[in-house]
Structure formats: C-alpha cells, structure tokens
Ligand binder design. Structure first.
Ligand SMILES: Nc1ncnc2c1ncn2[C@@H]1O[C@H](COP(=O)(O)OP(=O)(O)OP(=O)(O)O)[C@@H](O)[C@H]1O
Length: 244
C-alpha cells in the first residue's frame, strides 16, 4: 500500500449508553419510550483520509468528538459499522494510559507482558528491558506492582514500552499532557526521533503547540465528520475559535 493508513467512508456507531448503563429500573420506567433505546449513537460518519508513510498527523476536536474512537479503529481494537480501513505496518498504541497493563504485576512484568502482546519475542524484550526502564525513569520502582504507581508513572511506563519497542505506526492519545515538564520534553524528543527515522505517528491532542510543532498535517473532527484538514496552523486556527 502506498500509504500507512487509509480510511474510506468509515462510519462508527456505539450502542446507546443509556441502555447499557441506565439499569433495569430506568429501563422499566422509560420502557414506553423504547425508541429512545433502539437508536445507535453515531460517533464518526463518512470519514475518509490517507496518511502517507513517515508522516505525523494530529487529530483535534472537542471532548467526545470521536478522536479516541478513531485511534481504536486504526489499532484494530474496534470495527467500523461500514467503510474500509487499511493499515500498513505494525501499530503500537497508547490509547488509554495503562490500558493493557495488569495492576498486580510489577512494572518489569508488565513490560514483558506488553512486549509479548505487541508481538515481540521474550529475547527481544529482555534485550530492550534496561533502556525501557531507564527511559521511564522507574528503576527504583520497577519491582513494585503497578497498582501503586501514580498516573504519571503509568504514563511514563506506557510511553517508554511503546516507544522503545520500535513500532512502525505510533498512536499517541493525549499522553503528552501527562507527566511533568521534563518528561513531556523527553516524549516530544522521542516523537521527533521516531519521525526522523521514518515512522508514522497519529497524535490526538488538545494542545495547539503539539499539533503545530510536531505534525505535518492536522484533521479537525466536528459533528462526526472531518470539517478541516491540511496545514496544522491553519486547522488549529479553525479549531480554536470553535472550541473556545
Ligand atoms: N465503548 C464505547 N461504548 C459506547 N460509547 C462509547 C464507547 N467509546 C466511546 N464512546 C462514545 O463515543 C463518543 C466519542 O468518544 P471518544 O472517546 O472517541 O471522543 P474523544 O474525541 O476522544 O473525546 P476526549 O477529547 O474527551 O478524549 C462519546 O460520546 C463516547 O461517550
């Protein structure tokens, strides 16, 4: 495939949450309004784009616009209702901080587990273990079960595993907003290096700075669709008044 990621008229809905989370009492009380529950909740509609190999793109949009859902579709952990998605390359994702980690296992065990999930052999993971631990700055706590980690420590661990295991396509969901300034700077450095090495990055961020400084191209999602795309500064100029 000539590009790393291609979406062709993709549509994604979820079963209405009210039905799933409202409980039996609510369902009975509101049962007569059954049509309210029968509808699926539209998140993304008619989404088409192509991301070339080696480019860094950013997706922006208000809370709930569907950005994380889009990353989930790229990662293959969700399926579209209709349309076609093609992905060419090994995808590594940080969709939710610490997602995929096991709370009762230590930092070290989670690194090994995550590496296996990403398709690496145990020997490969062991070879990179020290650099992963060093990058995360977690040497002192690496034998501690991660349920004792702060959200910043989990973010460092997750980002470190994903970045040190050399994915071909890296999905980054708001991870740059977590952790202290120094760690954020380090993450930005990794992204820049990964970019320079020809990796493809899809970034979700509310930060105009990240989008403009790191991305070759940006997409603005509103009302389920892509309403602006192209030069990151121009897209941010359209997004920010709308978000303000
Ligand atoms: N697994 C799910 N089941 C049902 N609804 C979901 C699910 N995941 C997301 N949604 C809904 O889909 C919509 C889009 O959510 P998503 O997390 O993709 O938005 P987002 O743009 O990433 O938001 P934010 O900026 O707040 O992270 C929301 O209305 C959300 O409630």
């Amino acid at each position: 495939m000539s590009c790393a990621i291609k979406f062709d008229h993709v549509r994604k809905t979820f079963a209405d949450r009210t039905f799933l989370t409202g409980g039996v009492k609510n369902f009975i009380l509101n049962g007569f309004q059954f049509s309210k529950y029968a509808n699926n909740h539209l998140v993304l509609d008619d989404i088409s784009f192509e991301i070339p190999h080696g480019s860094t793109v950013g997706f922006v949009g208000r809370n709930g616009a569907g950005k994380s859902t889009l990353l989930g579709l790229i990662a293959g952990i969700m399926k579209p209702d209709s349309g076609r998605i093609d992905v060419d390359g090994r995808v590594s994702s940080l969709l939710e901080l610490g997602a995929g980690f096991h709370p009762d296992l230590s930092g070290r065990e989670n690194i090994e587990l995550y590496g296996v999930v990403l398709g690496f052999s145990r020997a490969e993971i062991r070879r990179r273990l020290d650099s992963i631990i060093d990058f995360a700055e977690l040497a002192e706590h690496i034998e501690t079960p991660i349920r004792f980690y702060s959200s910043g420590m989990l973010a460092r661990l997750g980002f470190s595993v994903v970045s040190q295991l050399d994915p071909e396509i890296l999905l980054v969901d708001e991870v740059l907003a977590v952790g202290d300034y120094q760690f954020q700077a380090k993450c930005s450095e990794v992204i820049k290096r990964f970019r320079a090495d020809g990796g493809t990055i899809v970034l979700v961020s509310h930060s105009a700075g990240d989008i403009v400084n790191l991305c070759d191209q940006a997409f603005f999602i509103e009302n389920h669709r892509i309403v602006a795309s192209g030069d990151p500064a121009e897209v941010m100029a359209k997004y920010q008044p709308a978000a303000g």
